[in-house]
Design a protein. Structure first.
Length: 340
């Protein structure tokens, strides 16, 4: 390792970590002297930032007593910490020592680093101390020959592995199946229908989806001459954005264009006057939803959306207009999503 130099400061990085941390404690003590120099304070601040970024909880304690090991063990016992870093000022050089305690054998290994360079800063010294900690943790968590791998606590794993890349919940190919509800607004007309979708998403969250809803089942529309039974089918191609999140729930938004087809059958008082026609119009859809992860390949999805057609479909009964479809319709869905 290249020598380091920090005039007037000595760093003793003393680490005590158990390799079988079943309770996975995450606290580290930063032990400072009674009257630290400016350089010592900056080194400790930089080291604290590095450790917090790695996922540890850091507690600052003031040193008392002359023996480094005794002071560290006392501070760790008081805080329940898994490790401690002690910073000590001297007049000549800086020494970094990483003490690693194997919780199974109770043996302590010590790794000193002499610093004699002329361009080293407290920031660089703190980073080197964390790098030395990283190397020690890799050895600590490596299994012996023939032994099963150890499972380190999450903060230790993050420090050793570095930050992991987050992927969107919708990364990859997916099949969605469930039930959807539609609500026409002129007049209010609820309906339910099966829904099926095929989609593909990138790890960054951008993707596409082809969605089918229908045929619907609902109460229809009532007029002076009888009742009109309405059946709708919707097919839309959508752009989907599901940002990567470090959370148990994923979010997404979708917008697309497609077609809405409507069939109407008249149940009139005078059957001889009943006549039905189908109609197909362009449709746009806008929606947002949540994905609840059940396992790495299955999520439970819920969504709210709106459908607007161009033009609206008008349903007449004789000379009476009894309703319109598609200006707009509101919807919601509940689906199981399988990601491959």
């Amino acid at each position: 390792m290249r020598p380091l130099f920090l005039p007037g400061v000595a760093l003793v990085a003393s680490l005590v970590v158990s390799s079988v941390c079943a309770a996975a404690p995450t606290t580290i003590v930063l032990l400072e002297p009674d009257a630290p120099s400016a350089a010592a304070r900056e080194t400790m601040t930089r080291a604290r930032s590095e450790l917090v970024a790695a996922g540890f909880e850091v507690v600052v304690s003031t040193r008392s007593g002359a023996d480094t090991r005794e002071a560290l063990e006392r501070a760790m016992l008081a805080t329940g910490a898994t490790a401690a870093i002690s910073i000590e000022p001297t007049s000549k050089s800086t020494v970094a020592e990483v003490w690693v305690n194997d919780g199974l054998t109770h043996k302590i290994s010590i790794r000193p680093v002499e610093t004699t360079g002329s361009n080293d800063t407290p920031a660089l010294l703190a980073i080197r101390a964390v790098e030395l900690l990283r190397a020690s943790l890799i050895e600590l968590t490596a299994p012996a020959d023939g032994a099963p791998p150890n499972a380190p606590p999450d903060p230790v794993r993050r420090l050793v592995d570095g930050p992991s890349r987050l992927d969107s919940y919708r990364a990859g190919f997916a099949i969605e199946a469930g039930v959807a509800g539609l609500l026409g607004v002129s007049p209010l007309r609820p309906a339910v229908a099966p829904t099926l979708a095929l989609s593909y998403g990138s790890a960054m969250g951008l993707g596409a989806r082809l969605r089918w809803i229908g045929p619907t089942a609902g109460p229809g529309l009532q007029g002076a001459l009888g009742r009109a039974e309405i059946t709708e089918e919707l097919l839309v191609g959508e752009c989907v954005f599901a940002p990567p999140l470090d959370a148990p729930v994923g979010l997404y938004a979708a917008a697309g264009i497609g077609f809405l087809h409507l069939d109407a059958s008249g149940q009139l008082v005078d059957p001889s006057r009943a006549r039905s026609e189908g109609s197909t119009v362009f449709a746009t859809s806008f929606g947002a939803g949540l994905d609840f992860r059940l396992d790495p390949h299955v999520t439970l999805g819920t969504e709210v959306f709106a459908v607007v057609t161009a033009p609206a479909i008008v349903v007449d009964m004789g000379t009476e207009t009894i309703g319109t479809v598609g200006h707009p319709e509101l919807g919601s869905s509940l689906r199981l999503v399988g990601v491959f």
